[in-house]
Ligand binder design. Sequence first.
Ligand code: SF4
Ligand code: SF4
Ligand code: FES
Length: 546
Amino acid sequence: MATVKLKVDGREVEVEKGTNLVDAGKKAGIFMPHFCYHPGLPVVGVCRICLCAIEGRPKLVAGCATPAEEGMNVITKSKAVRDARAAVMEFLLIHHPLDCPMCDKGGECTLQDYTIAMGAAHTRFSFKKNTWPEEDVGGKLILNKNRCILCMRCVNLCADVAGQDEIAVIARGEETYIGTVGGRKIENELAGNIADICPVGALTSVDFRFESRPWELTNVKTICTLCSKGCNTVAGFHPRRNKVLRVTARENMDVNQWWICDRGRGQFHSVHDVVRISTPIYRSRTRGAAARPVAWADAIAQVAGAIKDAVARQGADSVGVISSAELSNEELFLAGRIFGPDGLGLSNFDFPERPQPPVVYPKFTIEGDKNPNTRGARLLGGTAGKRGRSVKEILTAAAEGRIGVLLFLRGGAPETFGDAALVARALDRAGLVVVMDFVASAVADLADWVLPGVSHFEKDGTYVNSQGRVQRARKVFTLRGDTREDWRVLQDLGSALGVLHENDPSPEMIFARIARTVPAFTGLSYSALGDRGAPLDTEAANVAVG
Ligand code: SF4
Ligand code: SF4
Ligand code: FES
């Protein structure tokens, strides 16, 4: 890698050849303001706020559009630079409304920050400002053109990352504005990223606007679990409302760069805007009869008793476990210990795959595997592997009356598990159906026992993404109610079945056990994974999966 050495405000710094002055300044610890520049987008150099001086050159240059050169002496703290930036700010604010107190971007607006840092206290513009009404432009975005500073980030995100010319700079001169092409709504599934990167309150998220001020949120670094990509995210949690109010992208160059898709951005709806199961439930064998809440101790004892009874009377083949690659590594490890060869030794133990066509954009792919942890499930115990039966075979056995206890480690619509008619027959003929899940579903509605687990926002855990990268999802909040983290439910069930003899107090401790016993995870720990995760030992992983 060729490098160059330069000075920024007297600080010497060495950067990769081709690095621009904004990034070189950042490395040297010198902040250079920027609106239009974003490291994930093409450089357009339109806002001019990054103007800086280079010793020996007669004119100021745009730092974002100027590559660092050997021996360059960059100056950002001269009067000429200060005056130029102040002039840029004055121009940007000519038509900008004075509505910071009611603007949804307030508190995380770059224009607001820079105005405080280097803007003038008064405007010299005494003419009528341009005004436009707010507009729904699709992509769950509202456009307020009055606030737009024409930085073109939105245009470039659609064109460059999503490959779709859906937003454009329209008209000329003082009348210039941002609008959708042909007045059509934005349709690409990466549009939500625009609300993250618009430096002002011009394009804001329909989901989040006016829900909360950003400083009221507790921001938790976590990951998305809606596909096997495992995008890094920040969950914005409102403590008083006990709710996640938004999910935004978190940079991880090894996984998702700066972006997430709109499905992941809206994942919190699937936790809050659904019918949650908040207590263990028992229904009588005549399914459809009224459900009644049951204490956890009774529910675990009864389910464990039924499984033991089925094994004792009809052998291990009379128990079927439909696992789930939506679960974390820690949970799958426990499931493997309970139902795998060192536990009950079930052959009827597998998880459903959930393939869909991937959505491929030029610089971002939404993975087709809708399970977030297929690799973890294969490595740790979501399946009996080659010696076991498939989900379809398990369901067929249940439909033929050969399964005494059918346990689903996640519920869902019947189609989640294959042929809906087969699932319906299996649910009807199985001796006892148990579902562990946090949300009501067609399958959970037909179960004898429902054990309320929680969503990934409500527990710590790790997941292996499609690249073999192990990443942490962090607990964001606790739902009020009698739910229990799935790893606790499994641990309790394993103890009640007499096949689990340890009682680890946290997912971190379970993960430490995984790292000690599963070669692909050797050397990993929660602290080693940090915020950005770490790769599996892929050689060991390949050997294990075969
Ligand atoms: S809407 Fe936002 S991102 Fe788009 S040009 Fe205007 S200020 Fe920039
Ligand atoms: S690409 Fe997948 S992991 Fe990333 S945000 Fe979308 S659904 Fe979530
Ligand atoms: S950030 Fe350099 S011109 Fe806009």
